[in-house]
Design a protein around this ligand. Structure first.
Ligand code: FA5
Length: 376
């Protein structure tokens, strides 16, 4: 056992050495600026371990203070130097990481695809603009419709074969509603539902809720059990209705002629061809001269025309006619006071003509290669 007595200077110097060793052991683990700052605070901060030892200087005999002060400064410089070295080292590691990052300059990112308005929507909007300019309001109606509005109030009798002309999707009534359909005890058309087969129920809804003068168009989607290149189970129609005192068939023809001129351009002939729809009398199909071949109409030059008009020279746009008195009565309007006309055209057919698309299905199959050709 040594007799030598340990002086405060020895003790402090030893502890200073121990702190420096502790610092050097901790330094490699400092991985960033925050870690370096933490070490600086731990050893040299106001409450740091080295700073605490320095406060013991007062207890050291005056002759030892100089040597101890020197030792403090050396430890302090060693710590500060260590921190700075590590900082430089970390910076150069970061730079190396940045420089070794590989960027593939050959990679060409795919451009974000811009969407476009569907050609049928574009056609519908163009129709709306034309009819608004002619003074028509644009209305909408529900896709799931009561049979009453889809058929009965439009003068389709329950057993009349005219209902078969529009092969219908029937919809189950909401839970709790009265049963409907063949054999049901109390079939009620006001409580039986269909996917609307045409836009004509909007006529009913408008007449039940508005007083004449009524001048509306109602574009929208309709549904039938149809399927071939020119018929789709889901398609779009635009309904027109004009009701007032003294409205005549001449107004109908003039309005439709004006519409064809605005939509397809000037110089095309139009014609009304007698036809039957239960809700108009007289009723007519509305045809326009084929805008592609502009061949004179059927009969004038057989075998003329193109595939689109099936070599007839005429394109059928849809049905039209004077509103049937029975429809006025079923919709609460006096047929002795009011007259009116209505029409219902296929929007999809008009889009086919507008864009020269031969098959209706192209519009609905969602094939981007087709749809991208219509940047609207
Ligand atoms: C009707 O739907 C009547 N509501 C039109 C009407 C309204 C007549 C007002 C009188 C007064 P129609 O079933 O003919 O009529 O259909 C009208 C048009 O819709 C057709 O000329 C055709 O252009 C289009 N169309 C009919 N069925 C389909 C289908 N499955 N796919 C695509 N278009 C169709």
């Amino acid at each position: 056992m040594s007799d030598a007595k340990q002086t405060p200077e020895d003790d402090t110097s030893e502890r200073l050495r121990a702190e420096l060793e502790a610092f050097e052991a901790a330094l490699p683990a400092a991985a960033d600026e925050a870690g370096l700052y933490e070490l600086q605070v731990r050893f040299l901060g106001k409450k740091g371990s080295v700073t605490a030892l320095r406060k013991r200087m007062g207890k050291v005999p005056p002759e030892q203070r100089k040597a101890l002060g020197k030792a403090f400064n050396e430890v302090k410089q060693a710590i500060e130097g260590g921190l700075e070295r590590r900082r430089v080292e970390l910076e150069s590691q970061a730079r190396e990481r940045e420089l070794s990052r590989r960027v593939d300059l050959g990679f060409v990112p795919e451009r974000a695809r811009a969407g476009a308005v569907h050609p049928i929507t574009a056609t519908r909007r163009a129709l709306e603009v034309i009819f608004r300019r002619m003074g028509f309001d644009v209305l909408d109606g529900p896709h799931v419709e009561v049979e009453d509005y889809n058929f009965d109030r439009l003068n389709f009798e329950p057993e009349h074969p005219a209902r078969d002309m529009q092969d219908t999707f029937f919809v189950d009534p909401p839970a709790g509603a009265a049963a409907s359909g063949a054999g049901a005890a109390a079939w009620d058309p006001a409580k039986s539902f269909v996917l609307r087969t045409h836009t004509s129920p909007v006529q009913v809804r408008t007449m039940l809720s508005h007083r004449p003068p009524i001048r509306i168009v109602a574009p929208g989607t309709v549904f039938r059990r149809d399927d071939d290149p020119t018929h789709s189970p889901m398609f779009n129609q635009i309904e027109g209705l004009y009701v007032d005192r003294g409205v005549t068939m001449a107004d109908l023809k003039a309005t439709l002629y004006g519409f064809v001129r605005a939509f397809f351009g000037p110089g095309l002939m139009v014609r009304l061809r007698p036809s039957f729809f239960p809700f108009v009398e007289p009723g007519a199909e509305f045809d326009m001269q084929c805008p592609f071949c502009r061949a004179p109409g059927e009969g004038e030059q057989p075998n003329a025309g193109c595939g689109l008009c099936k070599h007839t020279g005429w394109i059928e746009l849809g049905g039209s006619g004077m509103v049937h008195p029975a429809v006025f009565e079923r919709c609460g309007l006096d047929p002795e006071v009011y007259t009116g006309w209505a029409f219902g055209f296929g929007i999809d057919r008009m889009a086919m003509l507008r864009y020269g698309v031969p098959n209706l299905k192209h519009f609905f199959e969602g094939d981007l290669r087709v749809l991208e050709q219509f940047p609207c």
